[in-house]
Write a protein that binds this ligand. Structure first.
Ligand code: SF4
Ligand code: SF4
Length: 300
């Protein structure tokens, strides 16, 4: 079973269109994972039917139990994040309250409270799902607004997908990774069989490509590159391929600019399903290059 992760140095490069097309081309042979948990959108193309829902809890938040609190003020004095405030309740009595947004979950207030008046429940940060789609099983999530620890959630999604793929003896786990080079991307990439870096022929695309290429090198994940919309700036596309070659990153092929990508998104289908044209041919060629690359890697 091979884990193919599709990543990009920044958002909006066409990563999800590539992931959806790969899911379509590997239909029935893989489990799909949307690891872009901060801005998940693969479901807009895959239209999942949820069959399993799980809560994602991470970290803690302090909650003051006002009926036990003796208003000594120790928690306020010790909180280094300014998350506790002294206010007045409806009866004009002093009342200590925690601002859940500012609370960093360090637990100091819980330790210093002399009357054990502060509870410290686990924080509900989102939900994750196992769903059925026309291409196979999709593992995906919704992270609560402003919730942290998206890297841990990505790890959970990948573990679940791997387990499902192994049990069903499938060939692939296809991962739509997060953009950028932060914690969720590292969690998407670590230990993957191969990474496909999707980039654009622009100055920022070239810069972001170099950052993400460096990350794959550090994490020792073999990588390939695909320049999306290469024909809007063939010169820059050539420069990116040259950089890739110098960094030991093979080309998986280019994808031409075509407004049919947007039309397919609007129609809620993958590019492969939308129309069998030259654009779909580009996506197929990239998938075939990836398949060949992973097979060669396995046979080494
Ligand atoms: S858990 Fe830490 S950050 Fe949160 S209120 Fe208590 S002392 Fe402040
Ligand atoms: S330390 Fe405990 S008793 Fe004192 S104000 Fe805070 S919650 Fe109330």
């Amino acid at each position: 079973m091979k884990e193919i992760v599709i990543i990009s140095g920044k958002g909006g490069t066409g990563k999800t269109s590539v992931a959806a097309s790969f899911a379509s081309l590997a239909a029935g042979r893989g489990v799909i994972v949307d690891c872009d948990v901060d801005a998940a959108d693969l479901h807009l193309i895959l239209h999942p039917e949820i069959v399993e829902t799980n809560l994602f809890r991470s970290g803690h938040k302090a909650v003051i139990l006002t009926d036990k609190c003796t208003e000594c003020g120790r928690c306020l004095a010790f909180c280094r994040f300014g998350a506790i405030a002294k206010t007045t309740d409806l009866n004009n009595q002093p009342s200590y309250q925690v601002d859940p947004i500012s609370c960093e979950g360090c637990g100091v207030c819980v330790r210093v409270c002399p009357t054990k008046s502060i509870s410290f429940p686990e924080n509900l940060c989102g939900e994750w799902y196992v769903s059925l789609t026309r291409f196979g099983t999709l593992v995906h999530a919704i992270l609560a607004t402003g919730a942290e620890n998206s890297g841990r959630l990505v790890t959970i999604l990948r573990q679940k997908a791997k387990q499902l793929a192994e049990t069903a003896k499938l060939d692939y786990v296809i991962i739509d990774g997060s953009p950028g080079i932060g914690c969720p991307v590292i969690a998407s990439l670590t230990g993957a069989t191969v990474a496909l870096i999707v980039t654009e022929p622009t100055v920022s695309g070239a810069h972001d490509f170099q950052r993400i290429a460096e990350l794959t090198r550090k994490l020792k994940v073999p990588a390939m590159v695909c320049v999306n919309k290469w024909d809007i700036n063939p010169k820059k596309a050539g420069e990116i391929r040259l950089h890739a070659e110098t960094a030991g990153i093979a080309s998986a092929g280019n994808i031409r600019y075509d407004s049919a990508v947007t039309d397919a998104q609007r129609a809620g289908v993958s590019v492969i399903e939308y129309k069998d044209n030259d654009l779909a041919g580009d996506f197929r060629a990239v998938w075939q290059a990836m398949e060949l690359f992973t097979e060669k890697g396995e046979n080494k």
